[in-house]
Design a protein around this ligand. Structure first.
Ligand code: 5RP
Length: 222
């Protein structure tokens, strides 16, 4: 099976966790796009979605799914999103699509985080994929030096030769060279640095369940 077919498989498998009449938390990325396509097939059975990005909102609306603001909804039963890396405990690196801040916000108001990913994303220890960190631009240089002190190397993410601007008007640093043995401690530490909006390690908002696409079908990790 191709990676694209594995993404389709897990996108469809996530439908089993969607309750009739509910508002569904929806993440961002190419795997989530497959989930959104699958969700459209049951759109008459759900009330709508809370989305984590402008891109997902546009896709949901184009398929006729009503999108609510996060603030209009108290609690979501389920949030479905992809990951750049996930370990066996459900800790993740996210933000490859620059949507990490809203992803963490919607995940935080959800009872269950269903991660959908192909099996290339499963790792023993987080850190091979550069950690995305959303930062207030004026703090980027100092935060870069703080990562250097931890042995990391931070690079400003560019788009068309200019700093990428997130949906929240901020910049992204991609930090390589880190071995994240203790994801909770790492997330806590970096969260405290002034100017950090969101660190792309999801340990406090880790996955409750991971649907992993493999050559032998969907494997459920929980
Ligand atoms: C976006 C994300 C995505 O979930 C992550 O990058 C995985 O994306 P894809 O499904 O395209 O591999 O965190 O900010």
């Amino acid at each position: 099976m191709t990676q694209d077919e594995l993404k389709t498989l897990v996108g469809q498998a996530a439908l089993q966790y969607i309750q009739a009449g509910s508002i569904v938390g929806v993440g961002t990325g190419s795997t989530v796009n497959k989930f959104i396509d699958a969700l459209a097939t049951i759109k008459d059975k759900i009330a709508g979605a809370v989305s984590s990005s402008v891109a997902s909102t546009e896709r949901l609306q184009a398929l006729g799914i009503k999108v609510f603001e996060a603030g209009e909804v108290d609690e979501l039963a389920v949030y479905v999103d992809g990951a750049d890396e996930i370990d066996n405990a459900g800790n993740m690196i996210k933000g490859g699509g620059a949507a990490l801040t809203r992803e963490k916000i919607v995940a935080a108001q959800s009872l269950q985080f269903i991660c959908i990913a192909d099996d290339s994303k499963l790792v023993q220890m987080l850190g091979h994929f550069p950690v995305p960190v959303e930062v207030v631009p004026m703090a980027a240089r100092r935060i870069t030096r703080q990562f250097e002190a931890l042995g990391g190397s931070a690079v400003l993410r560019l788009k068309n030769g200019l700093p990428l601007v997130t949906d929240n008007g901020q910049h992204i640093l991609d930090v390589s060279g880190l071995s994240i043995a203790d994801p909770l401690a790492f997330e806590s530490q970096v969260n405290q640095w002034p100017g950090v909006v969101t660190v792309g390690v999801f340990a406090f908002q880790k996955a409750s369940i991971c649907l992993l696409g493999t050559a032998d079908g969907v494997k459920t990790l929980n």
